[in-house]
Design a binder for this molecule. Structure first.
Ligand SMILES: Nc1nc2c(ncn2[C@@H]2O[C@H](COP(=O)(O)OP(=O)(O)OP(=O)(O)O)[C@@H](O)[C@H]2O)c(=O)[nH]1
Ligand SMILES: [Mg+2]
Length: 207
């Protein structure tokens, strides 16, 4: 099992994404607890777990994958494999999978990889979450650096296979600025997921 020492919790929200997109910063804003963050990619090397709102729920901030200066290709691949395995192994307990992307850079990165004939990490992760039965939420972070907001978000939808305009997907596409704590769209999407999960639980109970 990759990433040993996972606390045994029933419900989990995981943050996944390329390195340096702001997962640990977002984790701080969600939990009120601070985690190591940094200007260099590759800061988080082991999951940060944080219990929240009761004994049976946690947030998990996973290590980032993709480019990291000074980290060799094999090691980067290993981190990504570990993240994928972690999500697969715990899919039943994962209430929400939050794919964090850098709103300013994501389109260029996706298009560059596509141009090389690769499947971009972000697109791959989005579909991977769906494949393991986790309806992804995309936290489009660093929106403070984005001028053409609607255009960028429409382009992102297009790259993820969602027909624009992005406003149709407010439970999925959440523009945020974690650094300043503007994460309301994500909090509201998560709250909706929790309500849905509770409803499903109750329905299971009565049926
Ligand atoms: N401009 C801006 N910068 C941000 C925002 N959120 C995070 N950052 C910065 O982005 C850098 C990376 O943040 P982290 O939270 O460490 O990113 P991470 O995704 O956890 O990175 P890894 O652990 O390496 O995968 C830091 O310098 C943050 O201050 C944001 O909303 N806007
Ligand atoms: Mg981190």
């Amino acid at each position: 099992m990759p990433f040993e020492n996972r606390p045994d919790r029933g419900d989990e929200v995981v943050l996944v994404g390329r390195s340096n997109v702001g997962k640990s910063t977002l984790m701080r804003e969600l939990t009120g607890h601070s985690f190591d963050t940094g200007g260099k990619p590759g800061v988080t090397r082991q999951p940060n777990h944080y219990d929240w709102a009761g004994p049976d729920f946690m947030f998990t901030d996973l290590p980032g994958f993709g480019f990291m200066s000074g980290v060799e290709e094999g090691k980067r691949e290993q981190i990504k494999t570990d993240v994928v395995r972690y999500v697969e192994a715990n899919a039943d307990d994962i209430l929400a999978g939050v794919l964090v992307v850098d709103g300013k850079a994501v389109i260029d990165i996706i298009d560059r990889h596509r141009g090389n004939g690769d499947i971009p990490h972000d697109v791959e992760m989005f579909h991977f979450l769906q494949d393991v039965g986790i309806d992804p939420i995309v936290a489009v972070n660093k929106m403070d650096k984005v001028d053409d907001r609607d255009e960028r978000l429409d382009e992102l939808c297009d790259r993820l296979g969602l027909f624009p305009p992005w406003q149709q997907y407010q439970e999925t596409i959440c523009p945020i600025t974690a650094k300043t704590g503007s994460i309301e769209p994500l909090e509201s999407a998560l709250a909706q997921r929790f309500r849905d999960a509770k409803r499903d639980e109750l329905l299971q109970f009565v049926s």
